[in-house]
Ligand binder design. Structure first.
Ligand code: AMP
Length: 468
């Protein structure tokens, strides 16, 4: 079974720091929201590369000091992972570390390659044996097969053969390499702490280790860190950048700045715009915590309706959507959220969430709000209808499961049992996001529009899976 997605991951790397593995541990802690299924750290001491991996949260996998004694050296990379397919198979944990003819290399990947299956089939025909179901392993094979003498050339040669989304960090015994695909789908930032270079999926990881933000790794850029410092290359064919707007909608942490913009402020702006587009007479505005909070603050501010926290989240439960099984997710809403009757009783309520995926969460939440005495429930969503699956690294279900792909807004309203339902328009979202009006090329918004910036081979099995 080949992974449908290699998605929802966080990557981190640090070069030239005496406590590299410890710093990576902290960095992964800050990136935990990007994946909770497994995590891992590789460290290099100039001679050897060592890796520790496991299923579960960073705090659980790295709870023994002894692990850090093993992970010695002044360079280290790390990864947090969540993926829909492949289960919690330990072999799919990252960084993937291998020994090959020219030494050792480890790689941590965020994103999804759209031609991984094709490349993998071709490699298998030539005799390659794969040990994981992750498409990242394809990159390792291509790199190992390269005849080039330079590491940078081997990596760029490998990456020129794959298409799709990748924010990558590689580690060898003596060097670290960061690379971002030419479209720049997933974020990757560069920082500095105590004279050491840091790369991370989001700036919140830099903040935790008190690293100074330098700049983003640019779309199509590859940066090699070695004892002489940092060298930047642009080895790939140039493309129009199309960073993922869903990072702003849901995925990134609100305290991060990615793609040059602050996530909390962007979400609040979506809320302002949503209020302008979908006004309603109401007594209170409440968010679905945590994902709906900044947009609800924005909505309440713009609409002049009081903001209340009427749903309280149990923070010791993971994100409901992350639970792989439908049965667990259903159960999860109740474990995760509880309504405050005293706030909701007799009220006309506007409830804000960032997105509706399958609709099951919203339906349960609205039921919960009504059971707590609300008189009216008006649902507002701070993004357009999610009607198309993501092939570039966000875990969205197949088209069949996306309620907006086969239902009108009024049908969705009926399903979630709201009195009214309003989504942010794509134009409104892009206006707030800073894209020039009418020019949708800047951000990737394929999950809303179906305009996929990188084409992918359409395989028979995908149709069977209901991907299209
Ligand atoms: P659903 O019940 O499928 O409609 O789930 C909607 C909820 O899932 C919303 O509260 C979103 O914040 C959240 N969500 C949206 N996209 C994702 C994603 N890719 N991964 C995890 N959660 C998500």
């Amino acid at each position: 079974m080949f992974d449908k997605y290699e998605d929802e991951c966080g990557v981190f790397g640090i070069y030239g720091h005496p406590e590299a593995a410890n710093m990576t541990y902290l960095g992964l802690y800050a990136l935990q929201h990007r994946g909770q299924e497994s995590c891992g750290i590789s460290a290099a001491d100039g001679m050897r590369l060592r890796t520790h991996l496991g299923s579960g949260l960073v705090a659980d996998v790295f709870k023994d000091d002894e692990i850090f004694n093993k992970l010695s050296g002044d360079a280290s990379i790390g990864h947090v992972r969540y993926s829909t397919a492949g289960g919690d198979n330990i072999r799919n944990c990252q960084p993937i570390a291998v020994d090959y003819a020219r030494g050792s290399v480890a790689v941590a990947h965020n994103g999804n390659l759209v031609n991984a299956r094709e490349v993998r089939n071709a490699l298998e025909e030539k005799g390659s044996i794969f040990s994981t179901t992750a498409d990242t392993e394809v990159i390792i094979h291509l790199l190992a097969r390269s005849q080039s003498d330079s590491l940078g050339d081997r990596i760029s040669e490998a990456l020129r053969q794959v298409r799709g989304a990748y924010s990558l960090v590689f580690l060898t015994e003596t060097r670290m390499v960061a690379a971002r695909d030419p479209h720049g789908f997933r974020p990757l930032v560069l920082g500095e702490v105590d004279g050491a270079y840091v790369v991370a999926s989001e700036t919140c990881a830099l903040d935790l280790i008190e690293a100074r933000f330098i700049r983003e790794i640019e779309p199509g850029e590859m940066v090699i860190f070695d004892k002489n410092g940092m060298t930047s290359y642009h080895p790939f064919e140039e493309r129009t950048p199309s960073p993922c707007i869903f990072e702003f909608v849901y995925f990134a942490r609100p305290d991060s700045t990615i793609f040059g913009q602050q996530v909390y402020q962007m979400r609040k702006g979506f809320g302002h715009q949503l209020a302008r587009e979908h006004q309603v007479e109401a007594d209170i505005v409440i968010p679905v915590p945590d994902s709906g909070v900044p947009a609800a603050i924005g909505y309440a501010e713009e609409a002049g309706i009081p903001f209340e926290m009427a749903l309280i989240r149990n923070h010791y439960v993971g994100r409901t959507f992350i639970e792989p099984q439908q049965s667990i997710r259903h159960f999860g809403v109740k474990i995760k959220l509880n309504a405050i009757r005293e706030v909701l009783q007799g009220k006309r309520v506007v409830v804000i969430d960032d997105s509706i995926v399958r609709g099951t969460t919203s339906r349960k939440i609205i039921k919960m709000i009504r059971n707590a005495g609300a008189k009216e429930v008006h649902m507002r969503v701070s993004s357009p209808p999610t009607a198309y699956p993501c092939f570039y690294g966000i875990d969205t279900p197949t088209r069949k499961e996306l309620i907006a792909s086969s239902h009108t807004i009024d049908e969705i309203r009926k399903y979630v049992t709201a009195d009214t339902l309003g989504y942010l328009s794509l134009e409104g979202m892009l206006e707030i996001a800073g894209a020039p009006k009418g020019a949708k090329g800047h951000f990737c918004e394929a999950c809303f529009s179906g305009n996929y910036p990188v084409k992918f081979p359409r395989l028979k099995s995908d149709d069977q899976l209901g991907l299209f």
